[in-house]
Design a protein around this ligand. Structure first.
Ligand SMILES: Nc1ncnc2c1ncn2[C@@H]1O[C@H](COP(=O)(O)OP(=O)(O)O)[C@@H](O)[C@H]1O
Ligand SMILES: [Mg+2]
Ligand SMILES: [Zn+2]
Length: 259
């Protein structure tokens, strides 16, 4: 403040006008200065003291950069930990074809889940093979990641295999893997029921579900609700059904539709 006043009263400067900037709403002293030395000595320039527009622009650019970096890191994590099929890597809501009304309905439910995402609500996609359950789940995680949420898409059978591998290889440990699963805003747990059913898998699944109590999870399964209850056991099933919207997708296998 003092500095500004001194500049205005200095003989090399002339206060032209004062006004409130339309953009930054700051009180601006528009001042004409004469460059005192150097190659441009004697040249007159006009400076807007007090205007914060330039600062705001720089801050916004820094913020954008920051969020791009964050997004990059998230993408990295997503790729690193995600045991995602090639056929699903490119899946998005945009390339999900919804020719019939059932598919449209499922897509709308996925959209509404994104729009009302509160970090708590769960989804269960159920239905026969190849109907786009995983496709929609991946798409949801991608959209929410664009919004800055941390998401993971994991196939349960592959995850369980991966956990077993951590026991006898270096690299990521089981704790790190589970910590990541616990931490993310949204976990998509794909293909529940396709894992081998053993006491170990049942208790691992319970551990995962228990860790995520109160946090959003998307489940997909080819099993009916009775089959699922039977497969994952009653306790896991009731965890999965707590605060969960069910989307039934019983269409034709997408990959066979052309025939
Ligand atoms: N409606 C759809 N529009 C575009 N691609 C689809 C659609 N449904 C399924 N697919 C594609 O077909 C394949 C099988 O779908 P997927 O989501 O894995 O089936 P599900 O999980 O129900 O068994 C994937 O490659 C997916 O991208
Ligand atoms: Mg699937
Ligand atoms: Zn301004």
């Amino acid at each position: 403040m003092e500095g500004t006043k001194r500049l205005i009263t200095s003989p090399k400067q002339k206060l032209l006008q004062t006004f409130v900037c339309d953009d930054c709403h700051q009180y601006v002293s528009q001042t004409e200065l004469t460059i005192p030395s150097g190659p441009r000595a004697g040249e007159r320039i006009v400076a807007n003291y007090g205007c914060r527009c330039e600062d705001i622009k720089l801050a916004e650019a820094a913020k954008r950069k920051q969020s791009q970096l964050k997004q990059g890191k998230l993408m990295h994590k997503f790729n690193y930990y995600s045991l995602i099929n090639n056929s699903l890597r490119d899946a998005t809501l945009e390339n999900f074809h919804s020719s019939d009304s059932d598919l449209k309905h499922s897509k709308e439910k996925a959209l509404s889940y994104i729009q009302t995402f509160d970090g708590k609500q769960n989804l269960l996609f159920t239905g026969n093979y190849g109907t786009g359950k995983s496709h929609l789940s991946v798409s949801i995680t991608k959209k929410l990641m664009e919004q800055g949420y941390e998401c993971l898409f994991l196939s349960l059978p592959k995850l369980l295999t991966k956990i077993k591998q951590t026991y006898n290889t270096k690299g990521v440990t089981e704790d790190e893997l589970l910590e990541e699963i616990r931490r993310v805003d949204l976990l998509a747990l794909d293909d529940i029921g396709a894992e081998q059913q053993t006491e170990w898998t049942t208790s691992k699944l319970f551990e995962i579900l228990d860790d995520r109590t109160g946090k959003a999870t998307i489940y997909t399964t080819n099993l009916t609700s009775n089959e699922l209850k039977e497969h994952v056991n009653e306790r896991n099933f009731s965890r999965m059904m707590d605060n969960t919207n069910v989307i039934v997708m019983n269409g034709t296998d997408y990959r066979r539709r052309a025939f």
